[in-house]
Design a protein around this ligand. Structure first.
Ligand code: ADP
Length: 260
């Protein structure tokens, strides 16, 4: 397979691959602190992955490495067949392919919902305003808040803001969606509406990697659950095995500490 770099066109960079993500021997340090240790992971197109584990185990770092919000010091990462670590234009190409939803929504407060959703498609992809707005309204409909398009983020509830953040990511037509604890900052009554949106996406076949403590979501939606501890992937298993018959003591201890 040819591995090309130096161009920003994702299609030109992509190798033929059924894999949405391939991580090989990935190591990540923050200064002296070894945050990711020899991570190997393959995610197929259309797969739904949930990553769980104790606070500080490296879950967020792992998915942040997938769209180069964090640089790695060891190993190789391929996203959608494009090698991230090759440098050059690949980083921009990947950012167009990967949608990310954060715990704290990260909407632009001085822009309306519609403007939040049209900014990147217009600026990064060069989409015309009318088309970008039509796409934004389509995805706002999909996350069930079309009536909020002209409002500013501060006028919305947390659950609504997070659904805007999901719609905003979808407007870039990503091939992979990353979620970093998307419901952790929400009041309990708003968790369900965001999870329902994520379930809809999963049912439409979107490839998803979700860091979440929502074990009900993991049981119901994930194809595989990954358990991390101290920068390592300790266990990867389908949910039924993961919850009913985990293979590792550290997984059992973790599951014993949380309600699931
Ligand atoms: P998790 O998502 O599992 O809670 P993180 O990936 O956020 O864990 O963090 C893993 C470890 O790396 C933690 O010990 C955290 O303190 C550390 N860490 C995360 N980000 C940074 C950073 N920017 N600088 C230094 N240490 C960091």
């Amino acid at each position: 397979m040819a591995e090309r770099s130096g161009t920003k066109d994702p299609a030109a960079l992509r190798q033929e691959s059924d894999l949405a993500v391939r991580m090989e021997g990935v190591g990540k340090w923050y200064g002296d602190f070894h945050a990711l240790k020899d991570i190997d992971l393959e995610v197929r197109n259309g797969e739904r992955i949930v990553i769980c584990g104790p606070s500080g185990s490296g879950k967020s770092t792992l998915i942040r490495c997938l769209n180069q919000l964090e640089a790695i010091q060891q190993g190789r990462i391929f996203v959608d067949g494009i090698e991230l670590t090759a440098g050059g234009g690949n980083i921009d190409a990947i950012r167009q392919e990967v949608g990310m939803v954060f715990q704290q929504f990260n909407l632009f407060p001085h822009m309306t919902v519609l403007q939040n959703c049209t900014l990147a498609p217009m600026k990064v992809r060069g989409v015309a305003r009318a088309e970008a707005e039509a796409t934004a309204r389509k995805y706002l409909e999909r996350v069930r808040i079309p009536e909020q398009a002209e409002k500013y983020p501060a006028q919305l509830s947390g659950g609504q803001q997070q659904r805007v953040a999901i719609a905003r990511a979808l407007c870039m037509n990503p091939r992979l969606m990353l979620f970093d604890e998307p419901t952790s900052a929400l009041d309990p009554e708003m968790v369900k509406e965001v999870l329902d949106t994520m379930i809809d996406l999963a049912q439409e076949g979107m490839t998803m990697i979700c860091v979440t403590h929502e074990m009900g979501f993991a049981r119901g939606v994930a194809d595989r659950v990954i358990f991390m501890d101290e920068g390592e992937i300790v266990e990867v298993a389908p949910p039924e095995t993961f919850f009913e018959n985990p293979g590792h003591e550290r997984t059992r201890t973790f599951l014993g500490q949380i309600a699931h």
